[in-house]
Design a protein around this ligand. Sequence first.
Ligand SMILES: C[S@@+](CC[C@H](N)C(=O)[O-])C[C@H]1O[C@@H](n2cnc3c(N)ncnc32)[C@H](O)[C@@H]1O
Length: 260
Amino acid sequence: MGKAEKDYIDRLDAQYKRQSVWTKDYRNKIYRQIGIKGARRILEVGCGTGAITKEIREKSSAQITAIDRDHLVIATAQENITEVEFYRMSVEEMSFRDETFDIVLCNYFFMWLNKPFKSLMEMVRVCKTGGYIVALAEPDYGGWIEHPDFGLGKKHIEGIKKQGADPFIGRKLLSLFESGGLETTLSVVANVWGKERLLEQIKNEWKLVLETEQINDEEYQEIITKEVKTIEDNMRMIFLPIFSAIGKKIKCVQKPSTPP
Ligand SMILES: C[S@@+](CC[C@H](N)C(=O)[O-])C[C@H]1O[C@@H](n2cnc3c(N)ncnc32)[C@H](O)[C@@H]1O
């Protein structure tokens, strides 16, 4: 890995680790619901640098497999986490046999997929009947609320669309999973960002806007000064709903149909 690649992956890794902390308690609840402790085989798709993989490894004695289509993140995950089988593979076409895993899960994943339904059906195929397909966290930027309105939410929506991703995936999870013939429970984490998280995260949030070329360096510096002052005065509020879905693969799987 060259220096530029290493810097890029280190930034991603730090971002994924930070992100994973925000919904940690919520994930623990889901892990209990789906019984990860007692599972024999678990697959994580879109594992990135392994923020969630490491956590699952610590919580379960199952045989764990993790895939990602990006060779750089897979190499990093492999370097940092032991006793997990990592593969570079796309979720759209996995080489695992039908009904291999008790649990197939992912985190901040569906929003980045070109073909979410096709991908879900592959996850269903490799999951055992009676097992679970789980989207641990998928945001919906349509539910973003901020005050004062500095336009950060709107810029995120544009930036995410520009990258070919879906900023409104959260609201679509239920129909996606039900169309895949899964018995689905949908839930949402609704936390207001606290002052500490705002101070820690606000530069990264606007950096994403800068990276998608919606503002220039000068505008970036200006908005950060304004943001930090507002946050320190305890006047800044940001809220973003994060959805999750637990889908049970039932015996008589309905014929899958394309989601609305
Ligand atoms: C936002 S990251 C999340 C990483 C990790 N799940 C986490 O929460 O830290 C999404 C990951 O999905 C991977 N990805 C996107 N499309 C994929 C596909 N079709 N097959 C496998 N991985 C994919 C990306 O390479 C990226 O590592």
